[in-house]
Design a protein around this ligand. Structure first.
Ligand code: ADP
Ligand code: MG
Ligand code: ZN
Length: 476
């Protein structure tokens, strides 16, 4: 019988923190600026420049650690990881090897096969490197140091995942927690969340771990899934041929859908780690940990429960709305303003999600003013606009955050509430269709629909069909 294999996966995830400034200097940590405009002697590794730790980074690491059920080390330290590379001007990266800030936590994940705890080995603070830009035409490489010294937290899991689905669920969970905490926007495409996948295979039932490889350069969930499937197949094939898996770092090429060897696996000793003599140990008081615990936000599961109780939302709505903190906040504010939680939820889950998907946007990027959606819902309620017009207005709210009432007036989308105008249209239609009127009076009641349609057409759809119906019956 053919052998059955199990995949074993552990992740090393880097998240770039959304602090205003870098980890060891006062340079802005903003993304996407002109190259080398946010640099100073510290983050370009000039001789004699001294790093000063950004307190916010410690705070963010503690928040994330606490949210992921970690122990916080009251005493942690920074170490130098020594290596040469042009994007690393100091010739070492400041990281934490021996005493990281957080350790021994876990995250709960949910997949089709149920709930599971993924253990977290540790989280540590470190600095990002600069960015090399390889110029295809000039055959040279340029370096941008804006990213050099941007704060990162590396989250190292235990090898507890078994499938790509579990890996994605774990990353989604981590991303959601970071976004709820406001510590990182976690965009894989922009590199503010980066996942290295460590993977090995072993025969089902075996207690010992197989030799693993580490895959880098995975910048979408799709690439991660493909890489996991591809690497599992490659390792099984090697083992089936009686060969061995070599412990190495591989780079995934999503276009070719295959990975290639980048370098043999390096060890801590290769980097000659040692405590950074320029930085003091990080000493955290019990009081500070307590303060952070008190400030932790309400996370998705509790929020979803509260939405069901407080707003009477179905469980489905509550769980969807709380997948993104931004979405949940907009929902709550809008519901408070118009007092129609289920209607707000319908707009968020329907049109909002549809437009987000169409534009390839993350719910965290939602930026419209809650009172604008509230006003639109109230206008619908007052029958000042029909459903179709409201959708048109909502697209403008999503896109340009327009004020709905003035937009409706400007574009002539307001419904005609004036009975006089509707009456006049009814009379005109009756005068133009004498035979139909006779048919109706002669007992053919089903022609009423046609007459209503004619009136609506005259009113350019801007009348309440119920009202048109009533007026027609009256006059007929
Ligand atoms: P190193 O320090 O050499 O990078 P670690 O022990 O820190 O190695 O592990 C790095 C990552 O690799 C962790 O996420 C861990 O869960 C994962 N890992 C370790 N051994 C295996 C294995 N045999 N198969 C799959 N993943 C593994
Ligand atoms: Mg490691
Ligand atoms: Zn700087």
């Amino acid at each position: 019988m053919a052998k059955q294999y199990e995949t074993v996966i552990g992740l090393e995830v880097h998240v770039e923190l959304s602090t205003k400034t870098k980890i060891f200097c006062g340079c802005a940590a903003t993304f996407g600026e002109e190259p080398n405009t946010h640099t100073c002697p510290v983050c370009t590794g000039m001789p004699g420049a001294l790093p000063v730790l950004n307190k916010k980074v410690v705070e963010y690491a503690m928040k994330l650690g606490i949210a992921a059920n970690c122990q916080i080390n009251r005493y942690s330290r920074f170490d130098r990881k020594n290596y040469f590379y042009p994007d690393n001007p100091q010739n070492y990266q400041i990281s934490q090897l021996y005493l990281p800030i957080c350790h021994d936590g876990w995250l709960d994940i949910e997949t089709a096969s149920g709930n599971k705890k993924i253990r977290i080995h540790e989280m540590h603070m470190e600095e990002d490197a600069g960015k090399l830009i390889h110029d295809e035409w000039e055959d040279c490489s340029l370096v941008d140091y804006n990213r050099s010294g941007v704060p990162l937290i590396e989250i190292v899991s235990e090898p507890d995942m078994r499938t790509a689905e579990e890996v994605i669920a774990y990353l989604e969970k981590l991303k959601m927690i970071c976004q709820y905490l406001g510590v990182s926007d976690c965009k894989l495409q922009e590199g503010s969340m980066r996942a290295d996948v460590n993977l090995s295979v072993r025969e089902v039932g075996s207690e010992t771990m197989g030799t693993r490889t580490e895959m880098k350069n995975l910048n979408s969930f799709k690439a991660i899934t493909h890489a996991i499937e591809g690497e599992r197949a490659r390792q099984i094939e090697l083992l089936e041929e009686g060969r061995q898996v070599i412990q190495e770092t591989r780079r995934w090429d999503d276009n070719k859908e295959s990975s290639y060897s980048m370098r043999s696996k390096e060890d801590a000793k290769d980097y000659r780690y040692f405590p950074d003599p320029d930085l003091m140990p990080v000493v955290i008081s019990e009081g500070w940990i307590e303060d952070i615990k008190k400030q932790q936000p309400e996370f998705a599961p509790e929020k979803a429960k509260r939405f069901q109780q407080e707003y009477g939302l179905p469980q489905y709505d509550a769980s969807i709305l709380t997948q993104s903190r931004r979405m949940a906040d907009i929902f709550e504010e809008t519901a408070g303003l118009c007092g129609q939680p289920k209607k707000v939820s319908n707009w968020m889950m329907g049109e909002t999600m549809r437009i987000l998907k169409e534009k390839g946007m993350d719910p965290e990027e939602l930026s419209f003013t809650p009172s604008h959606l509230a006003d639109l819902i109230l206008a619908l309620e007052r029958k000042e606009i029909n459903q179709q017009g409201a959708k048109q207005v909502f697209e403008q709210i999503m896109e340009n955050d327009v004020e709905p009432i003035s937009y409706m007036k400007e574009k002539g989308l307001m419904m005609v509430s004036d009975d006089g105008a509707i009456s006049r249209a009814v009379e005109e239609v009756m005068a133009e269709n004498p035979e139909t009127v006779e048919d109706y009076r002669g007992g053919k009641e089903k022609v009423l629909g046609f007459l209503v349609g004619q009136v609506m057409k005259k009113m350019k759809g801007k009348a309440d069909p119920g009202k048109v119906n009533a007026l027609l019956r009256e006059k007929l």
